[in-house]
Design a binder for this molecule. Structure first.
Ligand SMILES: Cc1cc2nc3c(=O)[nH]c(=O)nc-3n(C[C@H](O)[C@H](O)[C@H](O)COP(=O)(O)OP(=O)(O)OC[C@H]3O[C@@H](n4cnc5c(N)ncnc54)[C@H](O)[C@@H]3O)c2cc1C
Length: 333
């Protein structure tokens, strides 16, 4: 049966929900911003798919859901008319000699995930994985199941495909989910407002994150790198054309204002200690986003009347959204 469905919020979960639902239903998308959804956390994100590395911070069931989601991404991207970079060649975790205790502590806190083993790697194995690290790091960990996607390419490709499917778009529209007119007009409303739902959703908060996007022709890293560091643990996510996302700070603040000097210095200094080629990189952008999170940092799919809400994806939006959106769509009978 085909329904009239409103998707409210055209960030990460809104795009995934619209893609899935528009295969069967008549979909209208509402977004407070424009097609680019500049205030969406998903636009700022590094878009790493890191169930093992993130298992240090989340419960095991979420890490397992992350593994399920990674398997869903290639199918999602295959339905798009434009190619979107997706990679699953693992994550390399490294530490400078003086910080090897941080690497050990990280290794101890990783949770076991079915058959997905963590591999300790020595300097030669690190060099085999990333030739430009030759002689730079003596110890590391390789997490083979992990991946990443190019979120900016996903944002534009998903919009193009949805337009071709004749999905209707209402931009510059701040929607009140409880609005009677909205409830009357649609069979279902998928609430994908992220932090925009803060005033109407109990215990939802924003967690500030800052990232720097660089163009670094002198750096050729092939997979996401995590640097274990006592004060500035960072990741470096390589995107196509020698672009790198360096991230991310995590600050308990709802301030979405521009990145601070302190955060920028920390991110860029740490990146430079990983690879000196970043010295000549060009700064493409320094962005801030607010990760929508509940007090337990676990995501929720809620169903009340006609409204199905997906929220609280915190730092695991790309990692978990495909499975959570599938769970939400399955509620439509
Ligand atoms: C710095 C940073 C780095 C990150 N890195 C990663 C990572 O590497 N891997 C990973 O898995 N996750 C990462 N994340 C997390 C991920 O981006 C979020 O979990 C995810 O974007 C949340 O998706 P969402 O759709 O709920 O919210 P959003 O992506 O924020 O989208 C919400 C949308 O709703 C719109 N909206 C809000 N209110 C209304 C309204 N009333 N009416 C209409 N529209 C409205 C907003 O404008 C926005 O476009 C990162 C986040 C940040 C900030």
């Amino acid at each position: 049966m085909s329904y009239n469905i409103a998707v409210v919020g055209f960030g990460l979960t809104g795009r995934l929900a619209a893609l899935e639902l528009s295969l069967v239903h008549n979909v209208t998308v509402y977004e407070v911003g424009n097609a680019q959804a500049l205030s969406s956390a998903g636009r700022v994100a590094a878009a790493m798919l890191a169930p093992l590395a993130e298992s240090v911070l989340c419960e095991q069931d979420l890490a397992l859901m992350g593994l399920d989601s990674i398997n869903r991404w290639p199918k999602i991207l295959a339905q798009l008319d434009d190619t979107v970079f997706f990679q699953q060649q693992g994550t390399l975790v490294v530490a400078h000699q003086q910080d090897k205790g941080d690497l050990q502590s990280f290794a101890q806190r990783l949770k076991p995930l079915a058959n997905h083993q963590v591999k300790s790697v020595n300097r030669f194995e690190i060099e085999a994985l990333e030739p430009e690290f030759a002689g730079r790091f003596n110890q590391g960990l390789y997490l083979p199941c992990e991946g990443q996607i190019d979120n900016q390419a996903f944002y534009s490709a998903s919009f193009n495909t949805l337009q071709k499917r004749h999905v209707q778009f209402k931009f510059d529209k701040k929607v009140d989910i409880a609005c009677k007119q909205l409830l009357k007009s649609y069979d279902y409303i998928i609430d994908c407002r992220g932090l925009g739902a803060k005033n109407t959703t109990c215990k939802l908060r924003g967690v500030r994150g800052e990232v720097v996007r660089l163009h670094a022709p002198e750096v050729s890293l092939t997979r996401p790198i995590r640097l274990m560091h006592p004060r500035y643990p960072i990741y470096i996510a390589p995107k196509p054309n020698h672009e790198y996302v360096i991230g991310a700070t995590e600050i308990e603040s709802q301030d979405s204002g521009p990145a601070t000097v302190r955060s920028t210095l920390e991110l860029l200094s740490a990146a430079y200690t990983v690879h000196s080629g970043f010295a000549e990189a060009r700064i493409l952008s320094i962005q801030t986003g607010l990760r929508p999170a509940f007090s337990d940092n676990r995501p929720q799919v809620n169903h009340e009347g006609k409204v199905i809400g997906i929220n609280g994806l915190y730092r695991h939006g790309y990692l978990l959204a495909p499975s959570l959106v599938a769970e939400a769509v399955a509620l439509i009978k």
